[in-house]
Design a protein around this ligand. Sequence first.
Ligand code: ADP
Length: 490
Amino acid sequence: MYIIMVASECAPVAKVGGLGDVVFGLSRELEIRGHSVEIVLPKYDCMRYDHIWGLQVSYENLWVPWFNFHIRCTVWFGFVHGRKCYFIEPHSHDRFFERGAYYGFTDEHVRFAFFSKAALEFMLTAGKRPDIIHTHDWQTALVPVMLYEIYKFSGMENCRACHTLHNFRHQGIAGENILWFTGLGRPDYYYDRNRMGDDFNPSAINFTKGAVVYSNFVTTVSPRHAWEVRHTEWGYGLGHILYVYQNKFGGVLNGLDYEMWNSETDPHIPHRYGAGDFAGKNKNKEALRARMWLRQEKKPLIAYVGRLDMQKGVPLIRHALFHSLHRGAQFVLLGASPELGINAEFWQLKHEHNDNPDCHLEIGYDEELAHLIYAGADMLVVPSLFEPCGLTQMIALRYGAVPIVRWVGGLADTVFDRDYSDRPVRERNGYVFHQADNAGIESAMDRAIGLWFDYPADFRDLAANGMHYDYSWNRPGGDYLHIYELIRQK
Ligand code: ADP
């Protein structure tokens, strides 16, 4: 099968969060299974160019229709750790992707509507006719709409669209101008509630709703979250349209790239180790402490890695820090937030704990350091308010760090409580709490810290259970192929 992924991120070259990991990992798995996969991305100026091999111009003059004129683009080709990637570089005064950051601009909808249009225009003019176009999140949600409303009539009628929703909170809410820019036009037609008209804002179109209506199949990133978005507030208003299209909607648990996240071969950690080799893991703990100026003492090390976003339970992350110290554990944090207020709050915390030998906060994005933290930590907290899938708990499991998570979304699908799960003992791999409050997270942390101090052998067994889990792309890769086959026959 010939598959083209169109996305705003791909790890490690352009990664902000889990979306980037998924685009890379799924593409790799599909290629291993013998399928041809290409990835189309914007050519951001801030990308990690050191992860691209053989970058060269592939298509010089791609003229993309935009409103009543054209924007010239150069399309580049390069390999990102073996994946075939095309990078679209528009030449316009707007400098859509030359702004020193991936996201966070006031014309976000215009930037990504343009990218979606350019990706389709590139396929059309370069003669690419994939069996499947797989798009991700709101940034590329207009691709299925334009495929079926415009490009289908220019020779792309055999392409099928699969759309994956990684985060329902951001849906791409925009005004009529996007319709004129992209050539879709006809506001009366698209503002219809059965197409792209937003259910809550009559003067807006909703990109994600468009993707749900027009795609041949829609997925989200865990079965539990697929239920939550239809039946709870976590659908952020899309519950009804997902109900209407329930027959083409499902949850596929994300996989983890086991090449990239492998404690036995990881180039970013000083001591490589396998399942059950806790002496090796301990050496990484010592290295992590040295790197973070923490004292070397017999204490458990608890970590948080991830975006500092309200979704991730910011007050609970903060509380986890204080509670760790209160219970005689050490705490490290690696995270950043685009929201100035949250960033400032954590900078303040960092200054307050500057001289504390049991605590260190690193505010920023650091891929290499993240690897060392997973390898060195005994436990990882993930107290999210909602979590479509979550990768950090899966990475923690793989690196023998016991996850302490809230029972939501993909966290509920991947972490099984040591004391209360109804699974067999050997399949229990962490600690789970339900209430999103201090008492909730304390109850789970106390049980984890207690086990570490009082029954270290049992704690190691629990961590080893986690290391034996298979959360690779093996299974989800097969699930996506089934979906592709299903829609290809339509
Ligand atoms: P989300 O997609 O909501 O951000 P996920 O748990 O699905 O959350 O994925 C987060 C990914 O991003 C993980 O691979 C994690 O290691 C990585 N990550 C998040 N924040 C940072 C950071 N500050 N530095 C390094 N890696 C980070």
